[in-house]
Design a protein around this ligand. Structure first.
Ligand code: GLU
Length: 303
């Protein structure tokens, strides 16, 4: 059964994900439940934020440049044929754009891997970043975070024929894959030193390695893992309970407190007016995952 089914799965998922990770195009897009329609966000009229150097630069450029992921189904995904980005993080990025007075359709998305986010914000490559980006104190020394806008938790993805791995305590001697520079990678390295940890730039390469029996498990946030499992439910499953708290923030340049506070306000507004829930339902909600309750916004003072 497995030997006949797996090559087709790879054609559908693995190769496409690899192509996306390498920036190649031409493979047919992966299917899975798709939204009927996406929410439309009201663009703020005459919005001004002159105290934000990032906003002023975007205004004179005429559009926002936003960092994102391109290979995380239902979170941040780029269609290799059309170049269009979609997913819950992408919807959050669009809501923020509307609140800052920019038409979401004009956003220029740039794919930035987990390990490169801080540098991209520090050197002005992007205006803000929305891509499963956990807020923590180490990162706060380098960048600012608006939010959180979601609370995820670390989990494990295995093949459906795997019965021995049900939680991080079962990882001794197992090959576990995660993304370089990510908090899940760091947690396995620190707390489960007997696991054989493998790192790649992206989770989609880890998933390809899982499907071809090169690794035994992929570890990262449950949001990301649910997205992969929803694409190929016959081959992949998420096991165990989440074993960390990963509050997602919008990364901004560290010194731009005006932008950070404006985005905090925007998150609160879109939660209140129902946009957040609509965005979730038409993206990650399609994977069958119920939304975690919205965490309180942490509007920490400028330092
Ligand atoms: N949320 C975790 C992190 O920020 C894992 C997901 C990711 O690598 O984007 O490191």
């Amino acid at each position: 059964m497995r030997t006949t089914r797996l090559p087709r799965t790879l054609a559908a998922l693995g190769l496409v994900l690899l192509a996306a990770a390498c920036g190649k195009s031409g493979s047919p897009p992966v299917k899975g439940p798709q939204p009927d329609q996406l929410p439309v966000y009201k663009v703020a009229k005459d919005f001004q934020l002159p105290s934000s150097s990032t906003w002023k630069r975007a205004k004179s450029r005429g559009r926002l440049v936003v960092g994102a992921k391109e290979d995380q189904p239902y979170m941040g995904e780029k269609d290799p044929a059309t170049g269009v980005y979609s997913g819950f993080d992408i919807e959050i990025a669009k809501m923020m754009s509307a609140s800052l007075g920019f038409d979401p359709a004009s956003i220029e998305f740039k794919t930035i891997a987990s390990a490169n986010r801080e540098t991209a914000l520090q050197n002005g490559q992007i205006d803000y970043y929305v891509g499963t980006y956990t807020i923590n104190d180490n990162r706060k020394k380098l960048v600012g975070f608006a939010g959180p806008y979601y609370l995820a938790g670390q989990g494990l993805l295995v093949r459906t024929d795997e019965n021995d791995i049900n939680g991080p305590q079962d990882l001794d001697g197992k090959r576990v894959c995660s993304a370089a520079g990510s908090t899940p990678y760091q947690r396995i390295a620190a707390d489960y030193p007997d696991a054989e940890l493998v790192a790649y730039d992206t989770y989609s390469i880890c998933v390809d390695n899982l499907l071809t029996y090169q690794v035994d498990a992929v570890t990262t946030d449950d949001t990301i893992l649910s997205g992969y499992a929803a694409k190929v439910p016959d081959e992949l499953k998420v096991v165990g309970k989440p074993f960390s708290a990963e509050p997602y923030g919008i990364g901004v340049p560290r010194s731009d407190n005006a932008l950070r506070f404006a985005l905090d306000d925007a998150i609160a507004l879109h939660e209140k007016n129902g946009d957040w829930q609509k965005a979730y339902d038409s993206t990650l909600g399609l994977s069958g995952r119920k939304a975690a309750p919205m965490p309180p916004i942490n509007r920490y003072p400028a330092s």
